[in-house]
Design a protein around this ligand. Structure first.
Ligand code: T4K
Length: 371
């Protein structure tokens, strides 16, 4: 059978470890609705992520969507955000009846460009939703300054930044709320899952209510909520994977270092930056190809890799602002850097157990794809 390497591969505990973790579920018959594993994972995550409070959800998207709802922003309000992200970020804004206002990104770390943000503020602006894309952290101080000046809420889409620390603090402790994804494809997974980190207990209560149908008490339903509760099987997977997350990150680091050794000095290739003051998690390995200097376009490299059974991905192309569902609503030329990067970026396979020889092989194919 032809060898296949995909962009990532879920980390899993041994089956024995998982079975041990779920045995108690059979004894108690308590499968969901904030059971003992949910509680234990929540406590362990507060500790590991270095945040004051957090709540957990079925997935990262619901953490973002319900957090935006819990911020109680004015309907139709404008939210400054990035188009260089996964569908989830933009859709969470739109599904809340809010209007995304797309700000360009900076060409070095691909996060929202704070120098272009203030010009987008109007009297309808109510929030900023930046993304720590690929695990690169945004200009947190710059964003907070603008938020403070105009009285805006800040929700960080921190889906890619599990375990990242900035200036010694957990990345989830910045902004009004920060949302992580625990999807199968992430550095840490609970199969599906996610969390929102916050400091305001009233906000936390509102969020809890929204993930549980708006129920406040056995006979009181005073909110129109959704159902976004994490079940016990996902929480059990989270408990197992959390035990190994440091090892996971260390192995990813070795893979990234091997890529950097092979591709770091190649003309026409731009790699992800190392950011000052940041303890990274090696979530993604994006590469930007300059066709003229490198000798092959992103699409050519993508196709050559695919012919060899290597599934690199074009995260994040197309820009969310150009999705068919928004046809004609936004102009991608207003975010020229994001447009430029999205047409040139390829994220290469990265996971803990990716063999270093396979990294060499992937790089060899990339370099041979030059005309
Ligand atoms: N915000 C941002 C910035 C995000 O990137 C995401 C999710 C979210 C918010 C929302 O968080 P969640 O609601 O998802 O928790 C994937 C993921 O589904 C998605 O979680 C992720 N971002 C996005 C960047 O990538 P796809 O459609 O590319 O995934 P898929 O199914 O093609 O999987 C990619 C590779 O992962 C496969 O080729 C193999 C591997 N894989 C996949 C699955 C599903 C596994 O090894 N095991 C698996 O179970 O979206």
């Amino acid at each position: 059978m032809e060898k296949k390497i995909l962009v990532t591969r879920s980390s899993m505990p041994t089956i024995e470890e998982y079975v041990e973790e779920i045995k108690g579920i059979w004894d108690s018959h308590w499968i969901t609705n904030m059971g003992p594993r949910h509680k234990e994972l929540q406590e362990n995550l507060i500790d590991y992520l270095g945040v004051e409070q957090l709540d957990m959800f079925t997935n990262g998207h619901m953490a973002i969507e319900l957090s935006l709802q819990a911020l109680n922003l004015p309907k139709g309000g404008e939210v400054i955000t990035t188009p260089f992200t996964f569908a989830s970020t933009t859709h969470a804004i739109v599904r809340n009846g809010l209007q995304p206002i797309f700000c360009d990104i900076n060409p070095v770390n691909f996060t929202i460009d704070v120098s272009k943000m203030e010009a987008l503020v109007t009297d309808r602006t109510c929030a900023i939703v930046p993304v720590h894309v690929y695990g690169n952290i945004c200009d947190i101080e710059g964003i907070q300054q603008i938020a403070d000046k105009y009285g805006l809420k800040v929700l960080y889409d921190a889906a890619h930044t599990f375990g990242v620390r900035y200036k010694g603090k957990g990345i989830g402790s910045y902004g009004d709320v920060s949302c992580f994804s625990f999807h199968a494809t992430k550095v840490f997974n609970s199969i599906e899952g996610g969390c929102a980190c916050f400091t305001d207990s009233d906000f936390g209560l509102e969020l809890y209510r929204l993930k549980n149908f708006g129920i406040r008490g056995p006979e009181i339903v005073d909110g129109v909520g959704a159902n976004a509760k994490m079940n016990e099987f996902c929480a059990a997977m989270g408990l197992c994977n959390l035990r190994h997350v440091e090892e996971e990150i260390a192995k990813r680091k070795a893979v990234v270092e091997r890529y950097v050794a092979q591709l770091g000095n190649v003309e026409g290739i731009q790699l992800n930056p190392v950011q000052e003051g940041v303890l990274p998690n090696y979530a993604y390995f994006p590469v930007i190809f300059d066709e003229k200097m490198f000798g092959a376009s992103r699409n050519q490299v993508f196709a050559t890799l695919e012919e060899s059974g290597i599934g690199a991905r074009k995260y994040f192309y197309p820009l969310t602002s150009t999705f068919d569902c928004f046809h004609g609503k936004y102009d991608a030329n207003e975010t020229p850097v994001a447009l430029h990067i999205s047409k040139r970026v390829l994220t290469l396979p990265l996971y803990a157990d990716l063999a270093l020889e396979d990294v060499d092989w992937i790089c060899e194919i990339i370099l041979k794809s030059r005309k």
